[in-house]
Design a binder for this molecule. Structure first.
Ligand SMILES: Nc1ncnc2c1ncn2[C@@H]1O[C@H](COP(=O)(O)OP(=O)(O)OP(=O)(O)O)[C@@H](O)[C@H]1O
Ligand SMILES: O=P(O)(O)OC[C@H]1O[C@H](OP(=O)(O)OP(=O)(O)O)[C@H](O)[C@@H]1O
Ligand SMILES: [Mg+2]
Length: 285
């Protein structure tokens, strides 16, 4: 029987959350840290632990069928590699930064400058789009040090909290792209492997939807139910159950996590009481 060959970063920023999401979709993997390959016990899946930067080539060549990888790495190296699902972790951006002490007067001021980066294709695409010419210094790490040691006038690197830029007296002046971890697919994936990937994607969607949702329970006087149902639309519509106390009902619904506080404020104003908000493990729609 076929197995889906999926790559996960061996160690680094993506590793733990990648393993966590596979576990949450019910896939159990014997994860010996030193192993470079492991099989799932209860799903037709083989996991390959690889360097994030090497994964696009493996996908292109069809050595692996799918991967959990930073979107920024795919954009840098991965022509022709499709994204199946955005996974909502390892969010960051690839940005251009200059020394804080330098005045920035817009993109044109980058013309002719020296830019240090680990993402030359991304930088070249940005320069071409803006009709700019600059001299690239390609380095593999510690990019933020480059201006301080006189290697470059600017850098392009990953920014998340901004603390690395801050510590190196740099200021973010242009965002080239936004990134998060994604499930990517090889252009050479076989038919049977694609069927397994579809199953995996379905499970991932259920988990991601659940992560972004909350289950709300509350008590309300019956005369307020219509108003509350307008605030809490639910998946189809809210569940309404009578309470032992006459004239009162219990109402259950699912809300988007991002709307949470706005909805709670609106509910309180209607006279809703005993509002409980619970996480959801899985949502099969
Ligand atoms: N500070 C950060 N905050 C959030 N996400 C990040 C951050 N730094 C990197 N990432 C994301 O995690 C991915 C992996 O980063 P990490 O530094 O672990 O590996 P790497 O050194 O780029 O790759 P490799 O596995 O090839 O050694 C990056 O491609 C990016 O998508
Ligand atoms: O904006 P921040 O939250 O400070 O994050 C950005 C930093 O994180 C990454 O480095 P990482 O810590 O992964 O080290 P690495 O360069 O060795 O990969 C990235 O290369 C930046 O240096
Ligand atoms: Mg890093």
């Amino acid at each position: 029987m076929s197995k889906l060959k999926i790559a996960v970063q061996k160690s680094g920023r993506l590793h733990d959350d990648s393993m966590k999401i596979l576990k949450e979709v019910g896939i159990s993997i014997d994860n010996g840290r030193d192993q470079l390959k492991a099989s799932a016990k209860n799903f037709p899946l083989e996991v390959f632990y690889l360097r994030n930067g090497d994964i696009p080539q493996y996908l292109k060549d069809g050595i692996i069928d799918a991967a959990i990888i930073g979107e920024n790495v795919l954009i840098e190296n991965g022509n022709n590699i499709g994204i199946v699902e955005k996974l909502g972790f390892s969010s960051c951006r690839v940005s251009l930064a200059i020394p804080k002490s330098d005045a920035y007067s817009g993109i044109q001021s980058l013309n002719g400058k020296r830019i240090a980066t680990s993402y030359p294709n991304t930088v070249n695409a940005f320069l071409a789009k803006n009709n700019l010419k600059a001299q690239l210094h390609i380095i593999n790490g510690s990019v933020e040090i480059a201006p301080n040691i006189g290697l470059a006038d600017a850098i392009v690197d990953i920014v998340s909290s901004g603390s690395t830029l801050f510590k190196n007296n740099l200021e973010e002046v242009e965002v080239l792209l936004q990134s998060e971890a994604v499930l990517a697919v090889s252009p050479k994936i076989g038919v049977e492997e694609q069927t397994i990937l579809n199953k995996l994607q379905f499970r991932l969607q259920s988990v991601l939807k659940a992560r972004n949702s909350r289950y709300v329970l509350l008590n309300a006087p019956n005369e307020k139910l219509d108003e509350i149902i307008r605030i809490l639309p639910g998946m189809k519509s809210p569940t309404v159950l009578p309470l032992a106390k006459t004239g009162w009902s219990s109402l259950h619904s699912v809300i988007d996590k991002n709307d949470f506080w706005g909805i709670i404020d609106a509910l309180k104003e209607t006279g809703a009481e005993g509002i409980l908000v619970c996480p959801i493990e899985n949502m099969v729609l």
